[in-house]
Design a binder for this molecule. Structure first.
Ligand code: ZN
Ligand code: ZN
Length: 406
């Protein structure tokens, strides 16, 4: 089959690789109909995540048709399913607490040893995300093997198009969990750093969960325009002093909750960020948490900090004292996707959630490498890319026509 493989920093290629096979009775094989490139795939593309190997198949946001099932799969051939990026057994201590991303059984011993050493405990498994999370082949491919297919995949009704439900695999539940973790109370003001796909879904979720005001911060006009369309007040951090602007907008108090949807590769010309960037390039540090530092300083006293952004290891110059003195509550973590897929699918069916507004491009799987380059270099125009194995090579459809000015 054809699949997008990682070969090295800024080097991904579509190649012919062996077809996946059923290796466990609980497995299923899917024929991929739609798969997306995620912001967190850029951390792989930039080689910020350790334990990648040349030839790894990437992709953790996908859906498709069931074409093969193991003896203990609950799926049936022909069903259309969306698959959570987190691989979870459904039976362990963590899965029974609905902490699916912490699953203790989905990361094989030889790879979980490394994450045990790095994180203090072994991490759960995930699709297409290096060998610390199990080394599972991802879904930017024609076919994929889905372990624990009796637990993760959710069957979707035929009247919903792929693109209405595809993002149940990651960014929609991730944005939703980010808003849930912000413990929003009626009347709250919530500030969101980063208007990428997760940020946009966090904004929509925060408003649904009762936030009175959502303030969104980014520097790409198209992404700010999408945030504004959802109902957020927006500003470009290149034009204003973020802390002063947030204080001004909240009567000097600061936002009740702050959400960091940026993660480890923060942009910006501040001194702390330039030092982080130099250290990252010299392999003296992995994180550039400038946005998170700023969010913590901006948050009101006694407020909440929610971090869906991806971080990989140790960060320095971290405002620990500020978090303590201000009495902030911090919640973060990989998304417990399986906990949210069903309620969110119901909300999509009821028309309460818009899940397609952010798609900018649709392209063939064969053009995935070029799409990674666009996604990395042209973040204003490429707001979300969906890849379709059935599309012919060289076909790129621009979906989001005129970038609206913020
Ligand atoms: Zn993702
Ligand atoms: Zn488990």
């Amino acid at each position: 089959m054809r699949a997008l493989t990682w070969q090295g920093r800024h080097d991904v290629r579509v190649e012919t690789v062996p077809d996946p096979e059923i290796v466990n009775p609980r497995d299923a094989i899917l024929k991929i109909t739609s798969t997306a490139i995620c912001g967190s795939d850029l951390h792989l593309y930039d080689h910020y995540i350790p334990t990648l190997r040349a030839g790894d198949v990437l992709g953790h946001e996908f859906m498709g048709e069931v074409v093969e099932v193991g003896a203990k799969s609950t799926l049936k051939k022909g069903q259309r399913v969306v698959v959570p990026f987190t691989i979870s057994c459904g039976n362990c201590f963590f899965c029974t607490k609905q902490q699916y991303s912490a699953c203790d059984n989905s990361n094989p011993a030889e790879t979980s040893d490394a994450s045990d050493l790095l994180m203090g405990h072994p991490m759960g498994g995930a699709f297409g995300y290096a060998h610390l999370t199990g080394g599972y082949a991802g879904g930017q491919a024609e076919y994929v093997r889905v372990p624990y297919s009796d637990v993760g995949p959710i069957v979707v009704p035929n009247h919903l198009a792929d693109e209405e439900v595809l993002f149940l695999s990651d960014i929609l539940p991730t944005g939703w969990q980010a808003a849930v973790n912000a413990d929003i109370e009626p009347g709250d003001t919530v500030a969101v750093w980063g208007c990428g796909p997760v940020g946009l879904f966090a904004i929509q979720s925060a408003l649904i969960l009762g936030a009175e005001r959502v303030i969104a911060i980014d520097h790409y006009p198209t992404r700010l325009a999408l945030a504004k369309k959802l109902g957020a007040e927006v500003f470009n951090y290149e034009d204003v002093n973020v802390r002063e602007a947030l204080d001004e907008m909240t009567g000097g108090i600061g936002p009740d909750a702050v959400i960091d949807c940026v993660g480890m590769e923060s942009h910006g010309m501040s001194v702390d960020n330039l030092v982080d960037t130099v250290k990252a390039h010299l392999f003296l540090g992995t994180e550039r948490p400038h946005a998170l530092r700023q969010a913590i300083l901006a948050c009101r006293k006694g407020g909440r900090v929610s971090i869906p952004g991806v971080y990989g290891g140790f960060a320095d110059k971290f405002p620990l004292g500020q978090m303590m003195e201000k009495g902030l509550t911090v919640k973060q973590g990989q998304t417990h996707v399986q906990k949210f897929t069903r309620p969110l699918l119901a909300m999509i069916e009821e028309g309460k959630l818009d899940t397609t507004f952010l798609i900018s491009h649709r392209a063939s799987l064969e053009d995935a490498a070029e799409m990674y380059r666009h996604w990395h270099d042209e973040q204003n125009d490429y707001t979300k890319i969906v890849l379709k194995p059935e599309m012919a090579k060289g076909t790129v459809e621009k979906v989001l026509e005129e970038p609206v000015a913020a």
